[in-house]
Ligand binder design. Sequence first.
Ligand code: ZN
Length: 203
Amino acid sequence: MQFSSRLLEQAVDEFGRLPGVGKKTALRLVLHLLKQPDADVSRFTGSINLLKENIRYCKNCFNIADQDVCEICVSPKRDHETICVVEDTRDVMAIENTNQYQGVYHVLGGLISPMDGVGPSDLKIEALVDRLRNGNIKEVILALSATMEGDTTIFYLSRKLKEFDVQVSTIARGIAFGGELEYVDELTLGRSIATRVPYEVKG
Ligand SMILES: [Zn+2]
């Protein structure tokens, strides 16, 4: 791609770094922004700066939040004895959209993946164990993707949770989860949570 301006090229490069955005789309977005009123562009860049500077992670469940503790964790309407363990915030959003789940969450921040150098200590696993140690938790639902990383993480977690007197369940594993979760229809996802099954450690 030949650019008539260095500034234009720089902006296109930055947009092109976003997931799912190729060079052509990046150029289209940048040219679109150039045509917008200054106030609109300021609002756009301002919202990104504000997000980055002020966003917090709930100190309880590690979901993205505006406060120290997220709205789900402080809600008296939620069932605080049931924890649904997910990979990231997108999964929380997808499950919330089903309106089928009344418990609370725990966001791991990824999955165990030796190939990518992600081990258990890189995830919020100890924090989950602490929650079980300190709280009155009756059930932990492992809602992780049906991938090798998801399986590895579920296996690791189920071993870790063995010492506690909690029901460990998994959701129907046909579901594409984590990243692809947003493409799963709400009915299917909602049903798979409602019909979750106890997890048995094999071997
Ligand atoms: Zn929370």
